[in-house]
Design a protein around this ligand. Structure first.
Ligand code: IPE
Ligand code: MG
Length: 244
């Protein structure tokens, strides 16, 4: 596929981009629609934006789909979201596969409905040998849960305490294989992380926008990426540098 995105001005792009697509419910409300219609519009926009992001040489993309805290929403909204996501994966996974994208899931899969588990497992298997963009979908994901799951495995495997350093610990996180997050974009006018990738974003650049996710388009993404390219990342040092 030819890379046609306007990368000319952008000399520095994030290797790992994380996205919190917030504002579906408010978008629906503003348009006089039920919340689920907002999620539907949000998922359609996710597909459009995925195609656009894929045009950039961005190697890792992590999306926040459903948090461990989202179970606290009304049952019909939660069930509707699961349905939408299951259908989305089943409808698009072949095409995603043909784009050489690797699909990964972050979170506790076994707590999700079996139809969704099946769709995710199939997607992971089908795309496992792909070598292009890594697409991490955080679904039933919590940053604290992720750390607890890592600690449980370390203890179960009787890993010697002295052997535990940051590198080893990261290999026990759901994101094993993906580097730390360079840039995190959150739409929907909320200035918080909401338990997303709390370990992996320790040195990320954050970008917040008031735009509600279903309205977030190519221009908005380009604006965010331009902002990233103009930042000086120092990682606690005096000299700006790029991560190794
Ligand atoms: C984000 O949209 C999607 C999910 C959390 C699944 P919201 O549903 O949080 O939308 P708002 O914040 O109510 O507008
Ligand atoms: Mg929200």
């Amino acid at each position: 596929m030819t890379k046609t995105a306007p990368t000319k001005k952008l000399t520095i792009l994030p290797t790992h981009l994380a996205l919190v697509p917030d504002g579906n419910g408010r978008w629906a409300e503003r348009n006089g629609l039920p919340r689920l219609a907002g999620h539907h519009a949000g998922i359609e926009n996710m597909y459009r934006m995925l195609q656009y992001i894929h045009e950039y040489p961005i190697k890792y993309l992590t999306l926040y789909g459903f948090s461990t805290e989202n179970w606290g929403r009304p049952e019909d909204e939660v069930g509707g979201l699961f349905e939408l996501v299951t259908e989305f994966i089943n409808a698009h996974i072949q095409e995603i596969h043909e784009q050489n994208i690797q699909f990964h899931h972050l979170g506790r899969l076994n707590e999700l409905p079996s139809r969704l588990q099946k769709a995710v497992n199939r997607a992971v298997q089908l795309t496992g040998n792909n070598t292009g963009m890594v697409l991490n979908v955080a679904f039933n994901y919590g940053g604290r849960t992720e750390i607890i799951d890592a600690v449980r495995r370390l203890i179960t495997e009787k890993v010697e305490p002295q052997k535990i350093d940051e590198k080893l610990f990261e290999s026990y996180l759901y994101t094993n294989g993906s580097p730390n997050v360079d840039m995190l974009i959150r739409t929907g006018d909320e200035l918080r992380l909401s338990n997303f990738l709390i370990w992996q974003t320790a040195y990320s650049e954050y970008y917040f926008t008031k735009v509600l996710w279903p309205d977030f388009g190519k221009k908005d993404l380009d604006k965010a990426l331009l902002s990233y390219s103009q930042r000086k990342r120092r990682f606690g040092r005096l000299q700006a540098r790029q991560p190794t």
